[in-house]
Design a protein around this ligand. Sequence first.
Ligand SMILES: Cc1cc2nc3c(=O)[nH]c(=O)nc-3n(C[C@H](O)[C@H](O)[C@H](O)COP(=O)(O)O)c2cc1C
Length: 348
Amino acid sequence: MTAGVRLYRLLFRTLLVRVDPERAHELALGLIRGVAAVPGLSHAVRATLGRRPATPVRTRLGRAVPGVLGLAAGMDKDATTVLGMDMLGFGYVEIGTVTAHPQEGNERPRLWRHPAEQALRNRMGFNNAGARAAAERLRRLRSTRRGRSVVVGVNIGKSRVTPVEDAVGDYATSARLLARWADYLTVNVSSPNTPGLRDLQAVDSLRPILSTVQEEADRAAGRHVPVLVKVAPDLDDDDVRAVADLVTELSLAGVVATNTTIAHAHGPGGLSGPPVHARALEVVRLLRDRLGPGPVVIGVGGITDTPGARAMLAAGADLLQAYTGFVYRGPAWPGSLNRALARSRPRG
Ligand SMILES: Cc1cc2nc3c(=O)[nH]c(=O)nc-3n(C[C@H](O)[C@H](O)[C@H](O)COP(=O)(O)O)c2cc1C
């Protein structure tokens, strides 16, 4: 563990735990955004904490990334902090979940820490400013050279006001508005905090959503847009295999595995961090087995250190993401993990 990560963990244990988790989240994002907006300062942070490994990693998403670890969806829901996350050494950034309609999300409190397990629990409910606002932010981001240089995935979900029967149209609207600015799209059907959402993982419901999103995205962007689907760790093995078969059938780009779990006894909401790691690894392994070598698998769930990240790669993930590990380990962590992984990566 680097000195920066050690210092942050001390700060976390003594000070940050006293701040309401959602308030701490807002403060942290504001700080990262603020630093990224000051040229001299952001340059200094990029050159230290966010220092890049020497060789970029080729991906099957069409673009190389500077590091295999990216930021998982949910932290930068409205694409306000993409340059800041890039500055801290994340290899790529998945923004969202964005919904077609702006929405407030669930009432607070809706985010809890479980420090003994280094876990988080949330029932945020897709609070976000909606697909139009996200598209406008991404348009502005992509109008700069630095903004175009970051690999950005856009995670889309169903609006709460849209009945489950009309999910296809709701996802299609988001895909249409956002595809042009996205390096890839992730169709999120696995968050536990929108009623009925996870039922959309059943292949008969999922097929029309995924095929329509792919069609609309390609048409709107005027190019082929890689589309991935994000699954829950609570699917049973056969359902994971069924999703893999659907990805193959529709020639989609791949799968993001996994979202938070509801298999816990802490209270409402989905649990993230180390408690999901073992199942996330299993799901990645099942997917890789079933999909073969072609499609992309992004492994996410409880990655907190280099051995955990390596285990996820060994299970068959091409790329990694983290959310909770970043909260517990702080701003020096993504860059240091990406550098450590690059040191152990076979060259070529
Ligand atoms: C507070 C919070 C909000 C999240 N919001 C989203 C979201 O909007 N969309 C999504 O696909 N995943 C969301 N996630 C799930 C993460 O992207 C990730 O799949 C999950 O937390 C497991 O990774 P981790 O153990 O590294 O946190 C959220 C997670 C947390 C902790």
